[in-house]
Write a protein that binds this ligand. Structure first.
Ligand code: ADP
Ligand code: MG
Length: 264
């Protein structure tokens, strides 16, 4: 079963009828005893292949926690969570690592290693794989994806010599180099100017539509809401609303939106 996850075309595993992400009655808490704090309450959610879903909600509402659970970065405590047809609950750490190979994570650009070049940063991700061709193959793959993102001239530059938008594209290249089925992005445009932010989401939109990649993105950036197929809103650990974008724009003019939704 797990071998199929590292196959290069594992995208074909995801049939159009099977959700990429399926969450049932998920609860999550931090701490125990006096420190016990429940942060997610009875979450139910299905996300289908090729969908771009934006997750929004006030600071502290549990967005990052939910993203890290979906990304197999935390242990499921209560409820069920399936990624690409595989139930995460009860999996041992080794199997969780296998699952993570199908997921690309994009966090803010400062997650880059500043002592490494753009190419070496991307290779940190390919290193997860045991390549037959070894390092040379990984280096070539890293340069190729950086080229696809318009950074062919910047492959051997370190982050301090790159603009904010270029750094974020390196972070995206690192997330994409293994051709994941699912991309989880936590405020990927927060540190970017309007134009760079737009480029980043346009690229993500292209990948979702052309390659059937599923994207779940936390953002408060209402300049990019239009790329979403759906917007879901988390408030105090509860999924409060789930709108397909056409309905969303029809019923929410920007000025009239619940200000809590877009608060940082
Ligand atoms: P968001 O991303 O929506 O801002 P988080 O998922 O980061 O929300 O946090 C949800 C709640 O869980 C917050 O109250 C936060 O303080 C708490 N929290 C987050 N991480 C931890 C942790 N490692 N230990 C204890 N509490 C945490
Ligand atoms: Mg967060």
């Amino acid at each position: 079963m797990l071998e199929t996850f590292s196959a290069p075309t594992s995208q074909s595993l995801v049939s159009s009828t099977e959700p990429s992400v399926q969450i049932r009655n998920l609860n999550f808490h931090y701490g125990e005893g006096d420190l016990f704090k429940q942060v997610l309450f009875d979450i139910n959610l299905e996300i289908y292949s090729g969908q771009i879903v934006i997750l929004t909600g006030p600071s502290g509402s549990g967005k990052t926690t939910l993203l890290t659970l979906i990304g197999a970065l935390r242990t499921i405590q209560d409820g069920n969570l399936q990624i690409l047809g595989q139930e995460l609950k009860g999996l041992n750490p080794k199997k969780l690592v296998q699952i993570r190979k199908n997921i690309g994570f994009i966090f803010q650009a400062h997650n880059l290693f500043y002592s490494l070049t753009a190419r070496q940063n991307v290779m940190m991700s390919t290193d997860l794989f045991a390549h037959e061709g070894g390092n040379a193959m990984a280096a070539a793959k890293a340069a190729e994806i950086l080229g696809e993102l318009g950074l062919s001239e910047r492959v051997d530059y370190k982050p301090h010599a790159l603009s904010g938008g270029q750094k974020q594209r390196v972070a995206i290249a690192r997330a994409l180099v293994n051709r994941p089925n699912l991309i989880l992005a936590d405020e990927p445009t927060a540190a970017l100017d309007k134009k760079s932010g737009r480029n980043v989401v346009t690229l993500m939109q292209k990948m979702a539509k052309e390659e059937g990649i599923t994207i779940l993105m936390v953002t408060h950036d209402n300049r990019i809401l239009d790329v979403a197929d759906r917007i879901i809103n988390l408030v105090d650990g509860n999924l409060e609303s789930d709108n397909i974008i056409n309905n969303f724009s029809a019923s929410h003019d920007e000025a009239g939106m619940d200000s809590r939704t877009f608060m940082l």
